[in-house]
Ligand binder design. Structure first.
Ligand code: HEM
Length: 465
């Protein structure tokens, strides 16, 4: 292996390695990496794609050469659905992205803003608890759906100041958007095959979704301009930033809508998926469920709900969350990156314009890091500080479910606070049982956010203490 060409699985003309991705690319790519190594070069159509499948390879890309790999590929689907990629998540690396990011980090997703939405979280959790209580007396309930509604409602209130439930079909619209973003478009990789997308009718569907979404966002922003503006949701804050012109760049209407869109695209499915997998794994591991319940109930003895101040003392809760993020990173192949310059990576020459996929799912299951029981759900491993005290905030490359480096998820604090307090309340208030055939069901959906293939049905009974 002295040559400095990267290992590549054999490819077909035209489509390259696309046929090897299968239904679940994170799985197929891991299998390929066992044969071709933690750093391999594939071709999606004619596009070179570097695939990293180990913590070391991820570190080389996201830390050592962070700046070179900080851009995003242009996908037709993103261009169509996300304001010509003028949202933060799909903007190419450069001045525009930097400004969008600084507006988000300073004004929308800072710890101070996250704290300011505490009441929103509490209210929505109370509503969820009421709903579950009502449903608990009848047949099994669809917990997946309840989790989706909760995260949609929280993000709606935070971003837009109110829920868009009955009356508008906002939920259907988000659903449609997320489904289409996850659609694999052959035309993105084989440009001269773009007509196959057209034949599939994809293009006109994408255009319709983009138009529907834009009309809705336009109306919402308009409402905020006309309103009294005493609340401080994302739309209010962005309009104020626009007025002040204080960030040194003029944020226009389109950027405002694109940033709001980012919160929905980046925050809704990811957050509900994590809750879904946490409950799935806990139900499959009753001992863990019991231990977590005991912890939560001890800390919150005598109180009817868990508050955010209580979480501090819940070590096992944090271990359960970490373990779920390890085995089920909601975005298993991260969001694709692209290099902007030629670079030498471990003796290999990587030309500018190479796409990069980091297989977080494979990294979380590396035996070299996690030991022979890497495939097992065992939260205890995170309590035993000697073996692995890996944090998931981007410093420890064995566990980077939110990415790392310049493009790392800016919504991490937002997501973690919500996740902790929802899960703790679910544990505190109810006893849980899965319906039998779902006990072992860990089948996965397709798309870029990987949730359960089938909804999680459970029965709940209110705790008596
Ligand atoms: C459990 C929840 C979440 C997970 C697992 C998650 C994961 C990720 C990952 C893996 C990336 C890509 C990082 C990279 O390319 O290097 C990302 C990017 C991003 N996330 Fe999250 N995320 C979550 C929640 C959120 C929330 C709640 C928001 C906003 C309210 C958000 C907004 C974004 C944005 C805007 C980006 C793009 C950043 C950029 O391209 O510069 N995410 N997220």
């Amino acid at each position: 292996k002295k040559s400095n060409t990267l290992a590549s699985p054999p490819r077909l003309p035209l489509i390259g390695n696309l046929h090897q991705l299968g239904q679940h690319p994170h799985r197929s790519l891991r299998t390929l990496s066992h044969r071709y190594g933690p750093l391999m070069l594939l071709h999606f159509g004619t596009v070179p794609v570097l695939v990293a499948s180990s913590a070391d390879a991820a570190r080389d890309i996201l830390k050592t050469h962070d700046r070179v790999f900080a851009s995003r590929p242009r996908y037709r689907i993103y261009e169509k659905l996300l304001y010509g990629s003028r949202n933060m998540a799909s903007a190419p690396y450069g001045e525009y992205w930097r400004q969008m990011k600084s507006v988000s980090v300073i004004h929308l997703l800072s710890n101070k803003m996250v704290r300011s939405f505490r009441e929103v979280r509490q209210e929505e959790i109370s509503l969820l608890m009421e709903k579950i209580k009502k449903l608990s007396s009848s047949s099994p309930m669809n917990l997946s759906k309840l989790m989706t509604t909760l995260t949609n409602d929280v993000i709606c209130r935070v971003a837009l100041g109110r829920k868009y439930g009955a009356g508008t079909d906002f939920k259907e619209l988000i659903d449609r958007l997320m489904r289409q973003l996850g659609t694999f478009s052959l035309g993105s990789y084989v440009p001269w095959l773009a007509w196959t997308d057209w034949i599939r009718g994809l293009d006109s569907q994408l255009e319709k979704t983009a138009k529907d979404f834009d009309e809705l966002l336009e109306k919402i922003v308009q409402d905020h301009e006309d309103g009294d503006g005493d609340k401080a949701d994302f739309a209010d804050v962005l309009l104020a930033v626009q007025k002040e012109k204080s960030v040194g760049f003029e944020i226009n209407r389109l950027s405002i809508k694109a940033i709001i869109l980012d919160a929905f695209v980046g925050g809704t499915d990811t957050s509900s998926t994590l809750l879904e997998w946490e409950m799935t794994e806990l139900l499959r591991h009753p001992k863990c469920l019991k231990r977590l319940q005991e912890e939560v109930r001890t800390v919150c003895k005598g109180r009817s709900s868990v508050s955010e101040d209580d979480i501090q003392e819940m070590n096992y809760l944090r271990a359960v969350i970490k373990e779920t993020l390890r085995l089920h990173p909601p975005v298993p192949l991260m969001v694709p990156h692209e290099s902007t310059e030629d670079v030498k990576l471990r003796e290999h020459h990587i030309p500018a314009g190479t796409q990069v996929m980091i297989n977080l799912w494979a990294i979380g299951r590396e035996v070299a890091t996690w030991g022979p029981d890497a495939e097992e759900f065992r939260p205890e491993r995170h309590l035993d500080s000697s073996s692995s005290a890996a944090d998931f905030r981007g410093q420890d490359f064995e566990l980077i479910p939110f990415g790392s480096g310049r493009r790392m998820c800016p919504g991490i604090s937002f997501a973690v606070v919500l996740n902790e307090v929802v899960l703790a309340n679910l544990m505190h208030r109810f006893d849980w049982q899965s319906t039998e055939d779902h006990q072992t069901d860990v089948a996965e959906s397709i798309g870029s956010v990987i949730r359960r293939k089938f909804p999680l049905y459970v029965t709940a009974s209110p705790t008596t203490t």
